[in-house]
Design a binder for this molecule. Structure first.
Ligand code: AMP
Length: 443
């Protein structure tokens, strides 16, 4: 099957032709006619399966130019700023021969230019939920003309805590609309959203959740600690000649920075680092440098890496094993995209074995173990996090039961045993005369 078999129009067919896209991916094949029929759709697809085009093509195919409307007809909600940029660019690419105005809006930057952009009129809005709601409540963005709404990476939107904003936006939208959603996993929260706001959605699936993408070679290195992992990565980057575009995943921002510093010593200027503490511009620049080949590798945390669309990532390195198996699926989905072969490598310490097993269980596939390179330097220097914590047992000192107390070490002398008791005048008199004796009144 080719895109020519789709009921597409000439402007879209021409663009696909120019982009060199001939064969639709599985999710594109499955989603196209269902979305064209006007039904609500829930797509189960990871990044790398071609899901963006799967919803954009039918949405743009059904879009009609109208002179009168300046309000958007298509709304796409995504979790990160990077993804806004990426989807916006994809829409612009596809609408090269159409008169479609696209605006991307996201938080963390000045709202004014975005207000101006939406007030000038647009057809497609790509947005993160928070900023979208701000613009709607501000009155600059009107949702009354929305015909089709896409919520992309729903599971991730929920992970980031956007449930309230999404529900509010959905409540503000015209009831007669087509709803589409895409998610890598169908969690309970995703089901709730679907049952509340969607109209009997048709499910389409790229590959069953957790199935490793076929064109990714996976391998596993068993290493004892962080510093050995660093040595191994240096070795692979130095010796693996085909390691032309390497995406290294680490679990924390701190680790990302530490690793970047260490690699910078050996490969100065060859790699970058991105995580959520880096400024937006820095993040865009890093991704651009990686995209155009200035950087050979980048180190990224899971969250920001979500939105990166870089074709031809040759290798994904899981510098650590994510504790959520789905995160691994997202990581490896960065390589082997749309018919390209990719390699995913996992570095795992013994402690991370449990997470590795959870991943293997989800995939129903055992990652083959690769032998460590002979000249790999095994480090015995542990990081602060790896040094076993010596914990003093908090033992309570047992206090003797006062009731069982047999007294102090020595008996008090008779003199010291005396207790000072203040005796009132009245009592003193009573003891002396047997009856209370009152003082005579002074004359
Ligand atoms: P996605 O899963 O939507 O993030 O897409 C992954 C990558 O595959 C993007 O860079 C797309 O431009 C590319 N792509 C999507 N569909 C096709 C296709 N049918 N043929 C070739 N490349 C594609």
């Amino acid at each position: 099957m080719t895109f020519k078999d789709f009921n597409l129009n000439t402007p879209l067919l021409n663009v696909l032709d120019e982009l060199g896209y001939v064969q639709p991916t599985t999710i594109q094949q499955k989603a196209f006619s269902v979305i064209m029929s006007g039904r609500d759709v829930c797509g189960i697809a990871q990044t790398g399966t071609g899901k963006t085009l799967a919803y954009l093509l039918p949405c743009l195919r059904m879009w009609k130019f109208s002179k009168n409307s300046s309000n958007p007809e298509i709304l796409i909600i995504v979790p990160t700023r990077e993804l806004v940029k990426q989807v916006e660019e994809e829409v612009e690419r596809l609408t090269k021969y159409m008169n479609v105005v696209t605006v991307g809006v996201y938080g963390g930057v000045n709202m004014k230019p975005q207000i101006v952009a939406v007030e000038n009129g647009c057809d497609v809005v790509v947005a993160t939920p928070g900023r979208l709601l701000d613009l709607v409540l501000h009155g600059s963005l009107k949702l009354k003309a929305i015909k089709r709404m896409v919520i992309d990476e729903v599971d991730e939107l929920f992970n980031l805590g956007f449930r309230t904003q999404i529900n509010k936006v959905l409540d503000l939208m015209p009831p007669k609309r087509q709803n589409l959603m895409f998610s890598a996993t169908i969690t309970e929260e995703v089901k709730v959203l679907m049952n509340t706001h969607f109209n009997v959605p048709e499910m389409v699936e790229a590959a069953p959740t957790g199935t490793p993408l076929e064109n990714i070679n996976q391998r596993l290195f068993e290493v004892p600690n962080f510093n050995t992992k660093v040595n191994l990565l240096k070795l692979l980057l130095a010796e693996g000649e085909d390691m032309s575009k390497v995406l290294v995943f680490v679990g924390t921002k701190k680790q990302a920075d530490v690793l970047h510093e260490q690699l910078e010593e050996v490969f100065p200027g060859e790699g970058g680092v991105i995580h959520s503490n880096k400024a937006q511009n820095y993040r865009f620049n890093t991704i651009n440098n990686f995209s155009d080949g200035t950087y050979r590798f980048i180190i990224a945390t899971d969250l920001v890496a979500r939105g990166i669309d870089i074709s031809e990532v040759s290798h994904v390195i899981n510098f650590d094993v994510p504790d959520e198996p789905e995160a691994y699926m997202h990581r490896i989905g960065r390589t082997g995209r749309a018919d390209k072969k990719g390699v995913s490598t996992m570095f795992a310490t013994e402690k991370e074995g449990v997470y590795k097993e959870a991943i293997e269980q989800l995939m129903n596939y055992q990652i083959p173990v690769a032998g460590l390179p002979e000249h790999l330097e095994i480090s015995d220097v542990l990081t602060d996090d790896e040094i076993p914590q010596v914990r003093m047992r908090e033992s309570l000192i047992e206090l003797p039961d006062i009731r069982e107390s047999k007294g102090a070490f020595h008996e008090k002398s008779e003199k010291n045993k005396k207790v000072n008791v203040k005796i009132s005048y009245k009592d003193k008199m009573k003891a002396k005369y047997g009856k209370p004796k009152k003082r005579k009144k002074k004359r």
